[in-house]
Design a protein around this ligand. Structure first.
Ligand code: FAD
Length: 409
């Protein structure tokens, strides 16, 4: 009897899960199914250097494609195929053409899609940024002098605004309720990021939201909650994301924000127990922060698919052969972002801090080197550093590791 693990989603999480299944000793079939036509590729450059200079679509894809690892042997890929439904009790999924496939194990790696701004007005001229096709389309629209309205000041909004400014566009950033990258970085560093943007000519509009778009066929203006109007040629909507969970509905899973998992990335059912043969990896997985005893959350950063796949794949294989999962340590979250050539690194859970303390440097001068510590009580739960050498970043990472209650699971 053929034993099959289906990996749903063919991006970084799907790729790493497939590789780790082989590392964990799975010799049966592995079938990776992904909606995009492209093999797995790297997303972070889509708002940075590839948005600035993608070249042809083929050149962009060649720059971004992940090189298959040696462990990725005998993996089947079905790209350009959307999974529309699943029946976990019957162990089947349904594809967009109506085909039904059975599985013994299932890895959920369908990630996120961008949220949209819920405001009336024309659709044309409003861009999103998640895929290579999104980046190519946005790049085409960015010319020197183009008036760009970026809505949302998280990582992707700030990076897009910086890249558009570097391309000579006239950029307005609609920050929303919080300042630039304020949720992950806190107020002090957020103000430093705003300074960097404004020094390069980005017009940062604070504490406003979009109420409507103007224009007959294409978007020509953005009406703001403070009564202001921005004239635009192009809009970039970067207001967060939604988990791609619709195909899992009807199975009694908690899908409120991604897929609820235990510390082994095993998906939890209605009874709070792991559903046999089911794990999740990457941006879509909501798992407990054992280090700091914080509630389960999703971690939308590049390191997460790799880190979670290393835990989820062996746990899935163990479950399929009737063994308990081996001990594992919950991954330490980490992220980076680049603004005008300044690298900002984060480690731990800064967004969950009760208090911040400056460890070195001046948050108002990020490029000159700064580090901020994030605390709950007296426990250091995260550090963000900017403009510092890699050795310093590793030092701060170690401090967070040493401070955290390292729970072996
Ligand atoms: C523009 C951009 C810049 C970023 N920059 C940084 C950065 O600087 N630093 C950092 O730490 N992180 C960054 N990230 C985040 C990082 O890229 C993500 O954390 C990572 O891509 C998550 O991988 P994933 O495989 O979990 O999900 P995704 O990459 O979202 O992949 C999910 C895949 O599943 C497919 N899919 C969805 N639904 C279905 C379905 N029903 N059937 C079949 N396939 C489906 C999707 O098409 C997609 O290919 C950035 C992300 C973006 C978009």
């Amino acid at each position: 009897m053929v034993q099959r693990i289906i990996v749903a989603g063919a991006s970084l999480g799907g790729l790493r899960a497939a590789e780790q299944l082989r590392v964990a000793g799975w010799t049966g079939e592995i079938l990776v199914i992904g909606e995009e036509e492209h093999p797995p590729y790297n997303r972070p450059p889509l708002s940075k250097d590839v948005l600035a200079a993608p070249g042809t679509p083929e050149e962009a894809l060649a720059k971004l494609a992940f090189r298959p690892r040696r462990s990725a042997t005998g993996i089947q890929w079905r790209l350009g195929t959307r999974i529309t439904a699943s029946n976990l009790a019957a162990r089947t999924i349904t594809l967009d053409g109506g085909e039904v496939l059975g599985f013994d194990g299932l890895v959920i790696a369908t990630g996120l899609r961008p949220a949209r701004v819920a405001a009336p007005g024309p659709q044309a001229g409003r861009h999103l940024l998640r895929s290579i096709d999104d980046a190519l389309a946005l790049h085409e629209a960015l010319r020197p002098g183009t008036r760009v309205g970026v809505i949302g000041s998280g990582f992707i909004g700030c990076e897009s605004a910086a890249t558009a400014a570097l391309l000579g566009c006239s950029v307005t950033l609609v920050e929303g309720r919080t300042g630039p990258m304020e949720r992950p970085l806190g107020r002090a560093l957020s103000a430093g990021v705003r300074d960097m943007l404004t020094q390069r000519g980005v017009d940062c509009r604070q504490a406003v939201s979009v109420v409507a778009y103007r224009g007959a066929e294409s978007c020509t203006g953005v009406e703001l909650s403070d009564g202001g109007v921005i004239d635009v040629d192009v809009v970039v909507e970067a207001v967060g994301s939604r988990a791609n969970v619709e195909w899992l509905q009807g199975n009694g899973l908690d899908l409120v924000d991604g897929v609820e998992c235990d510390s082994h990335l095993r998906v939890l059912g209605e009874d709070g127990q792991p559903v046999p043969g089911l794990v999740a990896v990457g941006d879509i997985a909501r798992y407990p922060d054992d280090r700091n005893g914080l509630p389960a959350r999703r971690v939308e950063h590049w390191a997460t698919p790799t880190d979670t796949a290393k835990i989820a794949a062996p746990a899935l294989v163990a479950g399929l052969v009737g063994r308990p999962p081996a001990e594992a340590t919950a991954p330490l979250p980490s992220f980076w972002t680049d603004i005008f050539g300044t690298r900002i690194n984060g480690v731990g859970s800064p967004a969950s801090a009760e208090e911040t303390r400056i460890l070195e440097g001046d948050p108002g001068r990020l490029h000159a080197g700064v580090a901020v510590g994030y605390y709950r009580g007296d426990t250091l739960i995260g550090v963000v550093d900017a403009g510092l050498p890699a050795s310093k970043h590793l030092h701060y990472r170690q401090l967070v590791l040493d401070a955290g209650a390292l729970v072996t699971i």
